[in-house]
Design a protein around this ligand. Structure first.
Ligand code: NDP
Length: 309
């Protein structure tokens, strides 16, 4: 069986940054890129808020740059998915989707989280053309335009408020009769004149010739009384939560109720020495730059840990 000093699972900004640091430390990390090589940023257009790119950079280009930088320092980047991780033995044993088993002295979990979508076919159809799950990434492109945000939690309220500072009008589409968000966020939304909250509404489709031009809504007044109508919008933002990609680790590591891995005192250390959690431990910031930082921290911890073996 192949044995590696450091196995990095996931290839978003966290995974590649961990690979850059571990590579420079001569650890020769092996990276498994996972289901979505390059991670969530490969599904976005321009990234304006990653330091170092004064003119912005395309998401896929940014990820390719990080990948190349990791390769320069000797990272062994492989396509493939880790489907099983046995973290109760040393060395750890991971299994790929092709059934290959690898022994690893240390593991960095940088599998991140995936934004949840409603599951409408139109979300895929208009991906990158008016549909976004990241208001801070894409809001800038909707200055003086009309957008809809779906969701009723803190993220949705925060996104709606943020977008209201840019867009002409924001519709907040909430499926219940109330907002689940904290009181202060609710008040902020309800006191912002250019946000209109549509309670008891569901988005059931999008339309438009060149990207999103409107949303089909249904207002549920009762079981038998549903009314359908359309509103013109330029952008459709999902804010209905994220799902951390932590399922295969859950039997070994503690997670919060959503699935983010719990770490020790804000470090990437988990309760298993040698296993480090990067972006998959962050329910709060979820930005490319904070993910990159989490990968950096995890790689530094790996370096320290390997000297103790
Ligand atoms: P939440 O799970 O709290 O909220 C998700 C929202 O999306 C809910 O209103 C839910 O509706 C709605 N929703 C889910 N699925 C659907 C669907 N299929 N169709 C329509 N609506 C749907 O996720 P958040 O991302 O908002 O927050 C996650 C955590 O992060 C929370 O603990 C939150 O407090 C925290 N957070 C804190 C912030 C802060 O303190 N500044 C900022 C952002 C997040 P329903 O209510 O009907 O279930």
């Amino acid at each position: 069986m192949e044995r590696v000093k450091c196995l990095i699972i996931g290839s978003g900004p966290a995974g590649y940054t961990a690979a850059i640091y571990a590579g420079r430390a001569n650890i020769k990390p092996v990276v498994y890129e996972g289901l979505e090589p390059g991670g969530q940023l490969t599904t976005t257009t321009t990234v304006d808020n990653f330091p170092g790119y004064p003119e912005g950079v395309d998401g896929p280009q940014l990820m390719e740059d990080l990948r190349q930088q990791a390769l320069r320092f000797g990272a062994d980047i492989r396509s493939g998915i880790i489907t099983k991780a046995e973290l109760d033995k040393k060395p750890f044993v991971v299994t790929t989707d092709e059934g290959t088993q690898i022994e690893a002295d240390s593991v960095i979990i940088s599998t991140g989280a995936s934004a949840k979508y409603l599951g409408l076919a139109d979300e895929k159809k208009y991906a990158g053309e008016g549909v976004s799950a990241c208001a801070t990434c894409d809001g800038f492109f909707y200055r003086k335009k009309v957008v809809a945000v779906v969701g009723g939690g803190d993220t949705a309220c925060e996104d709606a408020t943020y977008l209201a500072g840019l867009a002409k009008k924001v519709y907040l589409v909430v499926r219940k009769t109330y907002l689940r968000a904290s009181k202060i966020m609710q008040e902020r939304v309800l006191n912002t004149p250019n946000i209109e909250v549509l309670f008891e509404h569901n988005a059931i489709g999008l339309y438009g010739e060149k990207g999103v031009e409107g949303v089909h809504l249904v207002k549920r007044k009762g079981e038998k009384d549903e009314s359908y109508y359309d509103i013109p919008i330029d952008g459709f933002f999902l804010a209905i939560g994220h799902k951390p990609n932590s399922d295969i680790f859950k039997s070994y590591l503690e997670t919060d109720e959503v699935g983010y891995i719990k770490t020790i005192n804000g470090t990437p250390l988990t309760k298993i020495p040698g296993v480090f959690a990067a972006d998959v431990a962050d329910p709060r910031y979820r930005q490319a730059i904070t993910a990159a930082a989490s990968g950096c921290k995890a790689a530094i911890e790996v370096e320290r840990y390997l000297t103790t073996l």
